[in-house]
Design a protein around this ligand. Structure first.
Ligand code: G3H
Ligand code: ZN
Length: 284
């Protein structure tokens, strides 16, 4: 069975570490992520966006994650990443997801609270916990693109209202990180993160756009209350880079296992490094 999202995050918050959410893109990602978690003795969150679910098929997605959770020796969670609507959340809950993110951050605050609260009211009675988002996280993830000019930081007073009025279990406040590959070095608004943490000291916070953020900034974010960090792009790059090198060296290779195998191993290495950086290694 899948582990409890809230329990895993609260343990991180209490003990000063963050749990990684690593996105599933296919079987190789799923295996690499869970093998890394086993070897690092770390809890792990398998994240899946609408775009990735569309690619894999929702039943295959849940089935792969279930096998991973059943065979793992560590807590495994299957989390909907950036849930786009109430209807889509219902679909994922029915299919067997164990926790949900509803991303209503593009709406005005009142509507964000309203939709997020509806999702909480659907999920909580089923034992499913919920992450909400406030402010707008820039960059591109799958089908979701937020132009840099439209990216906005979360406001502390609004964060407090969203958490208290919707009843969410974790909050993803936009603090200057972005999805995809950074142009230059990202500048995280730690003062903003600290203000939000002071208003909501018991709420686990989520850092999206975790790829490409310098290690010292990751450590600082964790010290200020971040207990979940999302990583996808760095794993995608590791896989693709490895395959590119193999193709460059051997133009005749045709057996997919000959390049997907090393690609999978490259993802696993990235995930293990992140688990050590986040401090989740040895926590399960
Ligand atoms: O929701 C998923 C993550 O926020 C992905 O972030 O593109 O920096 O890996 P990333
Ligand atoms: Zn994200």
């Amino acid at each position: 069975a899948f582990a409890s999202f809230k329990e895993v995050l609260l343990d991180g918050l209490k003990n000063g570490y963050a749990v990684g959410q690593f996105n599933m893109n296919n079987l190789e990602f799923t295996q690499a992520i869970v093998e890394a978690a086993n070897e690092e003795k770390s809890p792990v969150i398998l994240g899946c966006s609408e775009g990735a679910i569309k690619y894999m098929g929702i039943d295959y997605t849940v089935a792969m994650a279930r096998v991973a959770a059943e065979t793992a020796k560590v807590p495994v969670i299957l989390h909907l990443d950036h849930g786009p609507s109430f209807e889509y959340v219902v679909k994922c809950v029915r299919a067997g997801f164990s926790s949900i993110m509803i991303d209503a951050s593009h709406y005005a605050l009142e509507q964000n609270i309203e939709l997020t609260k509806r999702v909480v009211e659907l999920c909580h009675p089923l034992g499913i916990e919920v992450e909400g988002e406030l402010g707008r996280i820039g960059g591109t993830e799958d089908d979701l693109t937020v132009d840099e000019r439209d990216a906005t930081l979360a406001l502390p007073a609004e964060a407090k209202r969203l958490v208290e009025e919707s009843g969410i279990d974790a909050l993803a406040p936009a603090i200057g990180s972005a999805h995809g590959v950074y142009v230059g070095t990202p500048k995280l608004a730690f003062d903003r993160l600290e203000e939000i943490r002071d208003l909501l000291p018991t709420t686990p916070m989520v850092l999206h756009g975790g790829s490409g953020i310098p290690d010292e900034d990751i450590r600082k974010a964790i010290s200020l209350g971040v207990s979940k960090i999302n990583v996808n792009t760095e794993n995608q790059i590791a896989l693709t880079q490895t395959i590119r090198e193999i193709f460059a060296k051997d133009a005749k290779v045709y057996d997919p296992r000959k390049y997907l195998g090393p690609g999978k191993a490259a993802i696993k290495e990235v995930v293990k490094e992140k688990m050590r950086l986040f401090g989740s290694s040895g926590r399960a």
